[in-house]
Design a protein. Sequence first.
Length: 189
Amino acid sequence: MLEIRETNLKGVFEITPKVFGDARGWFLESWSDRELKAAGIDAVFVQDNHSFSAEKGTLRGLHYQLNPMAQAKILRVTRGEIFDVAVDIRKGSPQYARWAGVRLSAENKKQLFIPRGFAHGFITLTDDVEVQYKADNYYSPEHDGGVRWDDPEIGVAWPIRPVILSDKDRNAPLLAERAASGLNFVYEG
């Protein structure tokens, strides 16, 4: 049983599972194809990923994969807490360069669904964070891309400053530069 609520970005959903607890602990259904489809999320997931970040303030993103290898994702945190962000990067979208952010944690058990055509990133709010996510397409290094985490056109209000960034993320281009050099996501209304 999942509570599925659309964020301020059309197509990006915050998912809260119902947790059943007793003296033994708890149980939850973290994914239901039937419930997601009923909410308009029609993705067939083909790959599960799991990341670990050791230090609070580790920023990963903003990443995407170009068509035809674009990915929709559904993320959850199984240890620690993150601020998770989706950014609409589809040409012609009325919400182009707008973002949505949700705190995901092992404690609140919330998830975030990010459709194709959106960049994604997160910052860790605690040490020792584990993020698990499903993707509806396989990883393809030749289609991998990113935009700057601090792009002023996007203006993500990160809750803390990053302490650790990869060189790839630190040196990523601005969205305007990426759009000029071949982003191939198009808003289809």
